[in-house]
Design a protein around this ligand. Structure first.
Ligand SMILES: *[C@@H]1O[C@H](CO)[C@@H](O)[C@H](O)[C@H]1NC(C)=O
Ligand SMILES: *[C@@H]1O[C@H](CO)[C@@H](O)[C@H](O)[C@H]1NC(C)=O
Length: 180
């Protein structure tokens, strides 16, 4: 009797489980699974998801579309931060921190160069170059953050750009499995 009940309960649980799997599959059958595919490899998965899904186009985007979203977001963010660095630098009186801002301005210039090249590399399928540029964007943002031993006024901006660089690296790896 106990065995019979257990069996029935088990089958019911099993059916529920299978149903859930079907629902999850159906929901991700659109292009949201590309966001999952990419973000499951990110060092900060939750942040990656929130970045990519903040653009409604990510819902129906394939890997190329997601790469475009990440590149545009990174470019806009890097430009805005470069402008912020200029204005913070003008207001700064401490020569050491002023030098930190000057270094950050150079790092951001390089990141912006990479992000200016990125759309063409994506368009022409030069995924290895795109991969390298994504890595540079990530590295320049981290280099800027590392200039400040403490009291970095750019932590949020540097983290966002570093993450976007990482996302570009992950996507370009997937677009070109033979690369890197
Ligand atoms: C990605 O989607 C675009 C349209 O949004 C399409 O032109 C392109 O061929 C797709 N790329 C791949 C690799 O499926
Ligand atoms: C960022 O600035 C670069 C260089 O000035 C420019 O080419 C690019 O279009 C800007 N990016 C965005 C998203 O506005």
């Amino acid at each position: 009797m106990a065995g019979f009940l257990w069996c029935n309960c088990f089958s019911f649980a099993c059916l529920l489980f299978l149903n859930m799997l079907l629902i999850i599959n159906a929901v991700s059958a659109g292009s949201t699974n590309y966001v999952e595919l990419v973000c499951s490899e990110d060092t900060d998965q939750a942040f990656c998801r929130s970045i990519l899904t903040s653009d409604p186009r990510s819902q129906n985007a394939n890997l190329t579309g997601l790469a475009n979203i990440a590149i545009t977001y990174a470019s806009r963010s890097a430009n805005a931060t470069a402008a912020k660095i200029q204005s913070l630098s003008r207001l700064e009186n401490d020569p050491r921190r002023k030098a930190n801002f000057a270094a950050c301005a150079t790092y951001y210039e390089k990141a912006i160069d990479s992000l200016t090249a990125a759309p063409g590399e994506l368009e022409s399928g030069q995924y290895l170059l795109l991969n390298l540029d994504g890595g540079r964007v990530n590295g320049e943002a981290i280099s800027c953050e590392n200039m400040f031993k403490s009291r970095s006024p750019l932590t949020r901006e540097n983290y966002l750009l570093a993450q976007l660089g990482e996302i570009i690296v992950i996507i370009s790896d997937k677009l070109d499995p033979s690369g890197t």
